[in-house]
Design a protein around this ligand. Structure first.
Ligand SMILES: [Zn+2]
Length: 430
């Protein structure tokens, strides 16, 4: 690995092709200059002389270009060899290609990924071409969760939200459908672009238009955005670059709070009091107890992340691209798989459960989703209604199993000799 690092450093240190380009430019200069001189020359003798004089410098310059190129390609070759040596080409140890039977699903994942990454042109070309190969390509989006502004729809969506958790509707990936997704995502990107330029207004407008849905989900997005707008105005024109009028600065922030903060009182009273209290320290906020509320460095990227999450979730999508997550998790798991397969092969045993991994994959916490728990007594997967319960000895079973074990309010652990009381059992939340 050290040799690879060295080779990579060498390539990075290389002036790349800049030197060769400079030399070529010099040759062009030489030639243009000679051409001008030839044109100016009155007799063929002088022109001949100019041409002869040109020969040596041109030859030298060409040799120089070759030397420059040799240096660069030498470094690249060295790096290539180091990569080959450190990462020998290894065929995957498993002949079972779980994805070979699901081209539609894979194409759909790719199309969705492109759409949500904002690669609209690539996405529509992909959908068009994938449709030729697999006409059943479907994109899934929960239509009922779409962000319509009228209230009737909002109520509808709240009720579908509760019933559609088992799986979103799958609609044909018609051009119309991808168009709809595309327009949603392009709206998302334009709002994110404004957030990057530190303009919160479009994001706040969006959150306000969807406040019913956001509220139902327990989202704080509208308040977080409005709070940052307050802080942003508070900083004044010197920092925010907005017009220096009564809508900006401390006065503008107060005015903004008066107009928009009333609705947040029920849920965010404490934070609002903090924002109001900060006014007393306005002249020296950095040394006040409110300093942390007024740091804006990471605040814009934080609200941008929350906005993306909420926007996608109202579309019935996760905040991060499933394809990206799956590919990254797969790459992380691969070394384990290779190791496992090599070991089982030398032992002569076979891996029979083709659809699940026979070993734990160490993934970072942010890649953990939907932890499941299977009750060791009933062998049933726990649910919200039947959650896993930890009993005082540390063993865990599902709530239903626990109740079935009870004699009165007491029970005996099925796995160890200890006994306990139902009220001492604690629900576990993964
Ligand atoms: Zn026990």
């Amino acid at each position: 690995m050290a040799s690879l690092q060295k080779a990579l450093e060498q390539v990075n240190r290389m002036p790349r092709l800049a030197k060769a380009v400079q030399d070529v430019d010099r040759i062009i200069d030489l030639l243009t200059q000679a051409k001008a001189e030839v044109l100016r020359a009155s007799d063929p003798h002088t022109s001949g002389l100019i041409m002869t004089k040109l020969q040596n410098p041109t030859k030298l310059a060409f040799e120089q270009v070759n030397t420059d190129l040799k240096e660069v390609s030498g470094a690249h070759k060295k790096l290539g060899r180091a990569i080959d040596k450190n990462f020998p080409l290894q065929p995957l140890p498993d002949d079972h290609d779980a994805m070979a039977y699901h081209p539609d699903l894979i194409n759909r994942a790719i199309a969705m990924h492109l759409l949500r990454e904002g690669q609209f042109t690539v996405a529509s070309k992909f959908i068009e071409e994938a449709d030729d190969i697999s006409p059943n390509l479907q994109l899934s989006v929960d239509h009922d969760m779409s962000m319509d502004e009228d209230d009737d729809d909002a109520e509808d969506s709240a009720s579908t939200a509760a019933t559609s958790t088992g799986g979103t509707d799958v609609h044909d990936l018609s051009p119309l459908q991808s168009q709809e997704l595309q327009s949603k995502f392009s709206e998302m990107y334009s709002i994110l672009q404004e957030l990057r330029n530190r303009n919160l207004v479009p994001a706040i407008d969006w959150a306000r238009a969807n406040s019913v849905e956001l509220e139902t989900r327990g989202s704080n997005l509208e308040f977080e955005l409005s709070k940052l707008q307050y802080v942003w105005l508070f900083k004044g024109p010197a920092v925010n670059g907005l017009p220096d009028d009564e809508n900006n600065g401390r006065f503008g922030a107060l005015k903004y709070a008066h107009r928009h903060f009333g609705q947040f009182r029920a849920r965010h009273a404490r934070e609002m009091d903090r924002l109001a209290g900060s006014m007393a320290f306005a002249s020296n906020i950095a040394a006040s107890p409110y300093a942390s509320d007024f740091m804006i460095d990471g605040a814009f990227s934080d609200v941008a992340a929350s906005f993306t999450r909420e926007f996608c979730s109202l579309l019935g999508l996760s905040a991060e691209s499933p394809l990206y997550i799956a590919a990254t998790a797969g790459a992380l798991a691969l070394p384990q798989l290779v190791k496992f397969m090599t070991k089982t092969r030398t032992r002569g045993t076979e891996w029979t459960t083709a659809n699940e991994l026979a070993f734990e994959t160490p993934l970072p916490a942010r890649m953990m989703y939907h932890s499941i728990f299977v009750c060791p007594v009933s062998k049933a997967q726990t649910t919200e209604a039947n959650p896993p319960m930890m009993i005082p000895c540390g063993h865990v079973l599902s709530k239903e199993s626990l109740h079935n074990l009870c004699r009165g309010t007491r029970f005996k652990c099925p796995y160890c000799p200890s006994e306990g009381h139902v009220r001492d059992a604690k629900e576990i939340i993964f």
